[in-house]
Design a protein around this ligand. Structure first.
Ligand SMILES: *[C@@H]1O[C@H](CO)[C@@H](O)[C@H](O)[C@H]1NC(C)=O
Ligand SMILES: *[C@@H]1O[C@H](CO)[C@@H](O)[C@H](O)[C@H]1NC(C)=O
Ligand SMILES: *[C@@H]1O[C@H](CO)[C@@H](O)[C@H](O)[C@H]1NC(C)=O
Ligand SMILES: *[C@@H]1O[C@H](CO)[C@@H](O)[C@H](O)[C@H]1NC(C)=O
Ligand SMILES: *[C@@H]1O[C@H](CO)[C@@H](O)[C@H](O)[C@H]1NC(C)=O
Ligand SMILES: *[C@@H]1O[C@H](CO)[C@@H](O)[C@H](O)[C@H]1NC(C)=O
Length: 395
């Protein structure tokens, strides 16, 4: 009897303690701010208010988005410059949907945008930007289609984590990391049609120390695109396709540009993509450069251009003065790249006449093209090879 009472007493004390813990952990549920999980009621204000409350608290906080569909038709900015806490977790168990009328978001640059935040984690969740009607407008070459919005953007932020998020049918880019430091992206899925215009999966630029792990990207443009000023990027375990591959560039869009340094891509698989591992720059003068890239352990399945450096990138031949690219590319390693090319030329290094590529290294690269002879093509490139290299290297 004594034991039973004692035990009961302990259980009650435990329950009281637990309820205290939950309260002091600052959980803000968007439903209690008026969000409606019915996919039809505009829940923007509830999300904005939950953010303000979380931001103003002085401890670790969680914004909870329970199961259901939440309509967020217009652009939302989550600003962090006045936040007291350095730890906000957005726990999303539901789906955030944009309006199916693309004109509502179309002129905004971003749908969900985090600016100057520190210590923000997004856990789970699906973003459905409903981009298909805008793509159709663009594909029909109609005039008057808006650019469209990036679905999720982090700007000038620090210590960011995105874990297990799914992004569907963005109007423009799915995820952008711009001017950030210490960003950790894991288990993200991106899904858009193979012919959807400008729907890059993850775009990073002007940032430092970004890691992208275990990601699956199916989209209409680059799976990962790496812009000027990206330093210390690690991409591991990524599946790409449909899509345009993993691309450093386009660089040399502007005369004054920061370089790209220390990029590693490991364990990537490309399925039927337009490109595999690509570095591209416009044929224009520029202060930009690419230094220290490692492409290790990649599988190509019917990829149109598995390995490519293109310093004459000039879509539709518009705005390209007849000049060599100012971007200097050096120390790029391709190690253990296997699989099938969709074209005879599986390796193409088309480097700048005024800034030849240097330190290009091929180790154990084996690419085939149906039952035909596979080729490599080199212009203005210096480097060396080791192990098996097929096609025979022109470096
Ligand atoms: C947060 O603020 C509350 C009341 O304003 C205060 O009691 C508490 O000690 C503060 N916590 C921290 C971690 O500063
Ligand atoms: C980064 O933010 C997380 C919360 O998202 C926090 O738990 C962690 O301590 C922060 N790390 C650093 C180094 O500030
Ligand atoms: C990779 O991410 C998927 C979700 O996209 C998740 O289900 C899986 O557990 C993750 N695997 C690892 C090894 O992290
Ligand atoms: C390159 O970046 C990785 C992270 O991706 C980092 O661990 C490493 O120290 C960096 N190397 C140099 C030489 O800065
Ligand atoms: C091949 O190039 C790499 C990187 O530039 C260099 O470290 C290495 O010494 C070169 N090997 C030979 C045999 O030239
Ligand atoms: C190439 O692959 C072979 C067999 O897998 C391995 O023994 C060798 O060390 C590799 N060479 C290089 C340069 O990676």
């Amino acid at each position: 009897m004594v034991n039973v009472t004692n035990c009961l007493y302990r259980v009650v004390v435990l329950m009281i303690l637990q309820s205290l813990v939950v309260e002091s952990a600052f959980i803000y549920n968007v439903l209690s701010f008026g969000a409606k999980p019915n996919g039809a009621t505009d829940s923007t204000q509830a999300f904005v208010d939950a953010w303000s409350a979380a931001c103003a608290s002085n401890d670790s906080t969680t914004i909870s988005v329970p199961k259901g569909r939440y309509l967020l038709p217009s652009a939302i900015k989550f600003r962090g410059d006045k936040c007291k806490t350095l730890d906000i977790t957005f726990q999303i168990d539901g789906t955030l949907i944009a309006s199916s009328d693309y004109r509502i978001l179309g002129q905004a640059n971003n749908w969900l945008s985090f600016e100057r935040v520190t210590g923000v984690s997004i856990v789970g969740g699906t973003l459905d930007a409903k981009g298909t009607a805008l793509w159709a407008c663009k594909l029909a070459a109609s005039t008057g289609c808006p650019n469209g919005a990036t679905s999720l953007r982090f700007t000038n932020s620090k210590n960011i984590s995105i874990n297990g998020l799914t992004s569907l049918n963005s109007q423009m880019f799915h995820i952008v990391v711009n001017g950030c430091q210490d960003v950790y992206i894991r288990g993200v899925k991106v899904n858009a049609a193979g012919n959807s215009p400008n729907t890059d999966g993850i775009h990073v630029q002007l940032s430092r120390n970004v890691a992208i792990f275990n990601t699956s990207i199916k989209t209409g443009d680059d799976c990962v695109s790496i812009g000027p000023g990206m330093k210390d990027l690690w991409v591991e375990q990524i599946s790409c396709g449909p899509g345009h591959g993993i691309s450093i560039g386009s660089l040399a869009k502007d005369l004054e540009e920061e370089g790209v340094q220390n990029v590693t891509v490991r364990n990537a698989i490309f399925k039927g993509t337009q490109n595999g591992l690509r570095i591209k720059s416009w044929p224009r003068p520029s202060s930009g450069f690419v230094q220290g890239v490692q492409f290790i352990d990649a599988v190509m399945l019917n990829v149109q251009n598995p390995i490519v450096i293109d310093q004459k990138y000039c879509p539709r031949n518009i705005n390209c003065p007849a000049q060599a690219s100012g971007v200097k590319i050096s120390d790029v390693l391709y190690r253990n790249i296997q699989g099938t090319s969709g074209r005879a030329v599986a390796i193409k290094f088309d480097c700048s006449a005024t800034n030849p590529c240097s330190g290009i290294r091929l180790e154990n690269v084996s690419l085939t093209y149906r039952n035909q002879v596979v080729q490599s093509h080199c212009t203005n490139v210096n480097g060396n090879t080791s192990g098996i290299v097929q096609p025979n290297s022109c470096v």
